[in-house]
Design a protein around this ligand. Structure first.
Ligand code: EPZ
Length: 441
C-alpha cells in the first residue's frame, strides 16, 4: 500500500464541473498530532496514539524521532506506539526535520524532560516569517537559556530544574502556547500562560498531557494554569478530528454546488466556517459528529477576516478565496495572521479569477466561472484551495507540487473521487494526456 505522501505523482489532474455528492470521513488533526507525537517522549513509558493522520508531516516527524532513538511501532495505519525512554541525545538534526515547522515542538518536549535540546530552526510553508520569539520568551521565563547558532536552536535549563513562571504572550501563538505548556508540565511549581492560543489542537495537547499525568487547567481559554509534576506516564489517546480538513471539504461541496456529509468531526470546532458558508448561501446541517453542506445556487459575496480561534481560521483563508472568487459581487479577505498567505491568488487569476491584493487584504470581484489551467501549489492550504478551484473549473486543471498538499491531507484525491470528482495523481505528461483522453463518464 502506498505510504501516505509517498511520491507516486507530482501532479494532480482534474476534470472540473462535477458537483461533489456523498459522504467523506475526516482524519485526525495534523496540527494536534504533531505536538502530541513530540509530547509523547516526555515519559519513559509507552504511549499509544490513535486516530493519527497518515500524512507526510507526521510521518517525517516520526522518522526524525526515530533518528534520536525513539521507538516507534505502527500498529495500523492510524495507530502508533511511541517509547522515548531510549532517547540517545537531544540533538534533532535530520535533514527531514527541517522540512516541517512542527520540529520546534521537540524543543518543548525535550527541554521539559531532559532540560536540554538542540533542534534545527523550523522550516514549513513559506506563508510568512514565522519567528519563534514567543517560544524563546516562554522557555527563558521557565529558567532556560535559549541560543540560536547556525540555524540550530539550543535550549538549556540554567539549573537542575525548570521553574514555574507567569508568562504573558505578546502574540497569540499556537506553537508557543503548546511548547510552553509542554515544558512547564515537568517544571517545579506553577506556571500561568496569559494571552494563550485557544485552538482545538491546543486543548487536545493539554488533554493528552493530562492523560499522561500532567496538571493543566484552562486550555481553550486565554489563561492556562500548569502545576508541574515529577514525571509523566503511559496513556492511550485518540487525536481530535482535523478542523481544517473538514473545512476544506465543506468548501469543496459549496464551490461545486454539491451535497456532502462530512463525518467524524466536532461541529463546535467548525462554527466560524459554518457561519461563513451560511452567509454565502449554503445550507449547513449539524449532527453530533457530522456536518452536511448543500449548495445549489451561485454563492454570495461577503467579507472575511482571519483571526485566532474562535475566529475564522487562517488555514481556511485560501479555500474561502476560491469560493468568493466565484461568488456574485465584490468580497474582501483580510489575512491578519500571516504576511504571505495570498500566494494562491496569481494561480487563480490564471484560471480567470479577478482578485487584487493590497497589503494584507484581497479584493475579490466574483466571476461566473474558472477555466482549467496548468497551475502549481505554492503551499499546503493554498494547494488544497487550488484543487477546489480545479473541481469547479470548466475543463482540465493540472496542479504541480502536490507534495505540499500531501503534507496535510491523507488520500485527498481518493476521498474526492469517492465524492464523484474526476481527479488523479499524474507522474508525467504521459499520465496527464492519458487522463485527458479518458472517456468522460
Ligand atoms: C500553527 O502554526 C499551525 N501549524 C499553522 O498551520 C496555523 O496556520 C497556525 O498555527 C495558526 O493557527 C502547526 O500547528 C504545525 P502561530 P504556528 O505561532 O504555531 C506569530 C497548516 O496549514 N508568531 O500561532 O507557527 C506568527 O508569525 C499550518 O497546517 C510570532 O510572532 O502559528 C504568526 O503571525 C500553516 N512569534 C502568528 O504569531 C512566535 O514566537 C501566529 O503564529 C510565534 C508566532
Amino acid at each position: 500500500m502506498k505510504k501516505a505522501g509517498e511520491k507516486n505523482g507530482d501532479h494532480y489532474v482534474i476534470r472540473g464541473g462535477i458537483p461533489l455528492v456523498g459522504e467523506v470521513d475526516i482524519g485526525g488533526a495534523k496540527n494536534a498530532a504533531l505536538a502530541i507525537v513530540a509530547a509523547s517522549i516526555m515519559t519513559d513509558e509507552t504511549v499509544t496514539i490513535e486516530n493519527m493522520p497518515d500524512v507526510r508531516d507526521t510521518n517525517v516527524m516520526l522518522e526524525a524521532m526515530q533518528g534520536i532513538g525513539v521507538t516507534i511501532k505502527r500498529l495500523d495505519r492510524h495507530t502508533v506506539k511511541i517509547n522515548g525512554s531510549m532517547v540517545k541525545n537531544v540533538i534533532v538534526d535530520t535533514i527531514n526535520i527541517r522540512k516541517i515547522r512542527a520540529s520546534y515542538y521537540l524543543l518543548g518536549a525535550l527541554l521539559g524532560k531532559y532540560k536540554n535540546a538542540e533542534v534545527p530552526l523550523p522550516g514549513g510553508c513559506d506563508i510568512g516569517s514565522r519567528p519563534i520569539d514567543q517560544h524563546a520568551k516562554g522557555f527563558r521565563a521557565l529558567g532556560a537559556e535559549v541560543t540560536i547558532e547556525g540555524g540550530i536552536v539550543n535550549v538549556k535549563a540554567s539549573s537542575q530544574h525548570l521553574h514555574g513562571a507567569h508568562i504573558y504572550m505578546d502574540v497569540v501563538s499556537v506553537g508557543a502556547t503548546i511548547n510552553v505548556m509542554m515544558a512547564a508540565s515537568l517544571a517545579e511549581g506553577k506556571t500561568i500562560i496569559e494571552n494563550a492560543a485557544k485552538e482545538p489542537h491546543v486543548v487536545d495537547v493539554a488533554n493528552f498531557l493530562n492523560s499522561m499525568g500532567a496538571n493543566i487547567k484552562g486550555a481553550g481559554t486565554d489563561v492556562i494554569r500548569i502545576s508541574g509534576v515529577e514525571k509523566l506516564h503511559a496513556c492511550t489517546y485518540s487525536v481530535i478530528p482535523d478542523q481544517i480538513e473538514a473545512g476544506t471539504f465543506m468548501f469543496a461541496a459549496a464551490v461545486t454546488k454539491g451535497d456532502v456529509l462530512i463525518k467524524n468531526v466536532i461541529p463546535k470546532h467548525l462554527e466560524s466556517i459554518t457561519a461563513k458558508l451560511i452567509e454565502i448561501g449554503c445550507e449547513v446541517q449539524e449532527f453530533d459528529d457530522a456536518v452536511r453542506v448543500v449548495a445549489s445556487k451561485r454563492l454570495k459575496s461577503t467579507q472575511i477576516k482571519t483571526l485566532p480561534y474562535p475566529g475564522y481560521p487562517t488555514d481556511m483563508q485560501p479555500q474561502a478565496g476560491v469560493a468568493l472568487a466565484l461568488s456574485g459581487g465584490v468580497s474582501t479577505i483580510t489575512e491578519s495572521i500571516f504576511e504571505n498567505r495570498f500566494r494562491y491568488v496569481d494561480e487563480l487569476v490564471r484560471m480567470g479569477a479577478q482578485i487584487r491584493v493590497e497589503g494584507n487584504t484581497a479584493i475579490i470581484e466574483g466571476v461566473e466561472g474558472f477555466k482549467g489551467a496548468h497551475i502549481s501549489a505554492p503551499d499546503l492550504r493554498a494547494g488544497a484551495a487550488l484543487v477546489i478551484a480545479g473541481l469547479a473549473a470548466e475543463g482540465i486543471t493540472v496542479i504541480d507540487n502536490i507534495y505540499f498538499i500531501q503534507r496535510g491531507y491523507e488520500d485527498f484525491d481518493a476521498k474526492l473521487r469517492h465524492l464523484g470528482a474526476q481527479i488523479d495523481e499524474a507522474e508525467d505528461e504521459r499520465d496527464i494526456k492519458k487522463f485527458k483522453f479518458k472517456v468522460v463518464s
